[in-house]
Ligand binder design. Sequence first.
Ligand code: AMP
Ligand code: MG
Length: 520
Amino acid sequence: MQLNINNTFTTELPSDPITENTRRQVFKATHSYVTPKVPTQPKLIHASKDMAEAIGLDENEIHSKAFLDLFSGSNVYPKTNPYAMAYAGHQFGNWAGQLGDGRAINLFEVSHNNKRWAIQLKGSGETPYSRQGDGYAVLRSSIREYLCSEAMYYLGVPTTRALSLMLSGDTVLRDMLYNGNADYEKGAIVSRLAPTFIRFGNFELFAARKDTENLKKLVDYTITYFYPELGAPSKETYINFFEAVANRTLDMIIHWQRVGFVHGVMNTDNMSILGLTIDYGPYGWLEDFNFGWTPNTTDRQNKRYRYGNQPNIGLWNLLQLANALYVLVDEAEPFETILNQYQTDFEIKSLDMMRSKLGLQIKDDTDAKLTLDLEACLLLTETDMTLFFRLLSNYKHGFAANGIKTVYDAFYTPEALKDEILDRWKVWFLSYDKRLKKEQLKDSERQELMRTVNPKYVLRNYMAQLAIDDANKGDYKLVDDLFQLLKNPYSEQPENEKWFAKRPDWARDKVGCSMLSCSS
Ligand code: AMP
Ligand code: MG
């Protein structure tokens, strides 16, 4: 197996001089060298042909012993030195100090077709940053990360990618709900890829320690390799860098809101400096439209990371990044301006996104009210977000009286559609219909466009759980079925119509479907 290794992170940035794999505080270094744990009996469950090709591998190589050895952590690629990255972070609003890659180990960077990919193994054992963890990952969360990162990519949401999903052959002890019921689960390893895995927290680590020299090195490195369009590092470039990160972060979150994705753990150590969705943990997909929903039971009390709060948390996290970068600029005002702009841009982009979901091409003053009224209607009774918008893409102009029929299948309790609730929907459809009169597109053209932003298939929480239940019994067919299904989330797939349906009742309050914890 031949890869075009092209390391920059380890060659340009300072490493931890200690090479023992012991948990410790690491200073003045961006990474520590550490070798992945050799798994007992690795087995390939699934691999992405597209990602194999993206790093210059042939599809056939996926099934080779060399692939199994490399991406299970059994063998280290010649002349490379795997490493864990040092970072810190704010978790659930509180400063958490040093964190770092506790269960991820970077193998190397590869260049192919003018693209750079850093490749990590998640679940390959302890590192100096493992703190009280064991460095392993369980099959259920590995399936969730593997399927969701690829699904997000095909939905058009910026994300890290996944190359392979393997069983380690080892068992891992986990207390899934943190309620004293620990059990052994199958261990697994995902290999995942991104141009870089640098997070807000990498900058926060140096800033908190007043290590300006290394902070500057890391910022300069990030700009040189990942924001080259900003030019040579300078005070002005640092401000432009922060602005670019703010824009990308906002764009990513607007995409989350569009498809109904709830990250679940938007700590600053889980915020990519490239604005990619990263660290798929207790994430979830909105089934009934609800701003207050979070899948993460660890966050049950405050619901800090609930659906409707994601844009605010993006801003809060950017403020922490601004605090970290501040010493390089020594002026607060440019950061404040950018943070204020984020809020203005959020309003504009969020409305544009809702316009696209409604198939509105023209900007009209009444659009903000139309979307607010719709959101209020969606909250009247349990309404499935994905189904609602996809079905609305079938709406025919001039048939407001039939509007509710078009989207009928999206309601979890259709019997509630009466009296005042029904009246409010009727009023909304009338105003939507009136608004469509101002548009120039034909029904069919508008519907076509709406179907490119309102997905038909998303990785509903129960779908991932069904794949996990089968995989725990050694049956991986559903992992592949879902992987293939979610490669074309906007297409009609008549053979897969069963996945275009409301969450089944059994999944409503089932662990893994609507309740997830950080334990993975
Ligand atoms: P997360 O909530 O997954 O973003 O993880 C937060 C921090 O805990 C990161 O530093 C992780 O590397 C670390 N961590 C999470 N799970 C484990 C584990 N099983 N073993 C070691 N470190 C872990
Ligand atoms: Mg994390």
